[in-house]
Design a protein around this ligand. Structure first.
Ligand code: AMP
Length: 214
């Protein structure tokens, strides 16, 4: 299974990627998670990325392409992957095609999530993450507060800095202007499947599985 999950922030890509990764035994490769890990570890990449991420802007293409080339070329991704948050620009999409050519990968699909902006702002304002296992919860629908322990592992929950409303609006604008048009590149390649991201998690999960397997 080789999937690219494509759609605006907060649409449920991370949640679905984790489920698909567990179900199909392939790694969940999230460029956002990799950058957040670098910020926490205070590496050179993390120090550069932190200020950019806090404003909702995009980390430069050459940096992101280098990270993704490295992980896709490693044994970890040899049997498949769920790529989440990459590509976000046309340059990244073209570079990814070149990486796929180098690795002789031709069997991939792009899962395109659709959801409206108001719903996204609501979801992100209510989204919390576990510091320990990275699981994502919604304070409105999962019965947790920012002070609750993680329902899965007991870890500490937190809200991402870039999930503040002003930053969310900025991220959505960047998505509409820069990232959304990239879907046309993949439509031309004939690899896109569309899912309605508004449904409950298990319904969306079943829909994706039906579209990408069998
Ligand atoms: P995410 O967790 O996917 O929402 O990513 C969080 C932030 O990391 C984004 O708002 C960007 O600042 C940065 N980021 C993640 N992936 C990329 C990418 N492919 N290109 C540029 N910046 C990225």
């Amino acid at each position: 299974m080789r999937l690219l999950l494509f759609g605006p922030p907060g649409v449920g890509k991370g949640t679905q990627a984790k489920l698909l990764s567990e179900e199909h035994g392939v790694p969940h490769i999230s460029t956002g998670d990799m950058l957040r890990a670098a910020v926490t570890a205070n590496t050179e990449l993390g120090r550069k990325a932190k200020a950019i991420m806090e404003t909702g802007h995009l980390v430069p293409d050459d940096v992101m392409i280098g990270i993704v080339r490295q992980v896709l070329s490693s044994p970890v991704a040899a049997q498949g992957f769920i790529l989440d948050g990459f590509p976000r620009t046309l340059a990244q999409a073209k570079a990814l095609s070149a990486i796929f050519d180098e690795l002789k990968i031709s069997d991939y699909k792009v899962v395109n999530f659709d959801v409206d902006d108001d719903e996204i702002i609501r979801r992100l304002a209510n989204r919390v993450m576990c510091r320990n296992d990275g699981k994502i919860f919604n304070m409105e629908t999962d019965g947790v507060t920012i002070d609750s322990p993680c329902p899965e592992c007991g870890g500490t929950l937190f809200q991402r800095d870039d999930d503040r409303e002003e930053t969310v609006r900025n991220r959505l604008a960047i998505y509409q202007n820069t990232t959304a048009p990239v879907i046309n590149y993949y439509k031309a390649c004939g690899v896109v499947v569309n899912v309605d991201g508004m449904g409950p998690i298990d319904v969306v999960n079943r829909e994706i599985n039906a579209l990408v397997t069998g």
